[in-house]
Design a protein. Structure first.
Length: 248
């Protein structure tokens, strides 16, 4: 399966992998890679870098929104093979090392197997490495507060709830908000179209996930690049408030 690479702004690409997105921010010859899909998406990750005229050697850093396998997939591969630093919020670093796992349990998924789309999603997740042991052995917290000295100058925004250390990334220069799983625009297990939270079963702490929508609503931007679903164009504030309405 070929990754779907779409340029959404200057130097900014949203890549649709197999049920999960990642983002490429380019600046000259250097690249920031935000998330890396499932472990089974590795060839698509590498191909997407080539498609934008880059390479894994040019990745200045991997930024992870949160340490679920469908976002963390190739982070350790890039770190171990190319020496690429992998950065997360400090609360997410031990999660990436797999000192614990904030993830929907098999039992909870089975209880929801009757819902439309859940069984096909489970099959895909299993085939793509969604339940494999896939830690990052040396993840790093962000080196400083504020904008990171990386291509795109992304600003981490702590948006807990989906996991304790979930982070979105604000790119003020292009009006982009990379929202990970704090705010999505679709998912195979959801029948809602447009901005929304993932179904309740996926969140470690649902009340905090709902509260984090208010943090996203404060960000100036017109382009929402979610962890799942298509790009959403329009005020990010409106998207966050619409997701809040669905969640209440």
């Amino acid at each position: 399966m070929r990754a779907d690479v779409r340029q959404v702004a200057d130097g900014t690409y949203l890549v649709h992998g197999s049920n999960t997105n990642w983002v490429i921010l380019t600046e000259g010859d250097a690249v920031t890679l935000v998330d890396t899909g499932y472990p089974g998406d590795r060839e698509q990750v590498l191909a997407s870098l080539a498609e934008v005229g880059s390479s894994p050697e040019a990745v200045a850093a991997v930024l992870i929104t949160h340490a679920h396998n469908d976002h963390l997939g190739s982070a350790e591969y890039l770190r171990a093979t190319y020496g690429t630093p992998v950065h997360l919020h400090e609360a997410e670093v031990p999660h990436a090392r797999r000192e614990f796992l904030h993830q929907v349990s098999v039992g909870t998924v089975l209880k929801n197997a009757w819902r439309p789309g859940v069984l096909p999603w489970v099959v895909h997740a299993l085939r793509s490495g969604g339940t494999t042991h896939n830690p990052v052995t040396a993840p790093e917290p962000f080196p400083a507060a504020g904008a990171l000295d990386l291509p795109g100058r992304p600003v981490p925004v702590h948006t807990p709830g989906h996991t304790d250390g979930h982070c979105a990334y604000h790119v003020p220069g292009t009006g982009v908000v990379i929202s990970g799983d704090a705010l999505v625009s679709g998912h195979p297990t959801s029948r809602i179209e447009g901005p929304q939270l993932l179904p309740d079963m996926f969140h470690h702490e649902l009340p905090r996930a709902v509260a984090s929508l208010d943090l996203l609503a404060e960000l100036e931007g017109e382009l929402l690049l979610p962890g799942h679903g298509p790009v959403h164009r329009g005020p990010v504030r409106d998207a966050a408030l619409r997701a809040r309405e669905h969640a209440l």
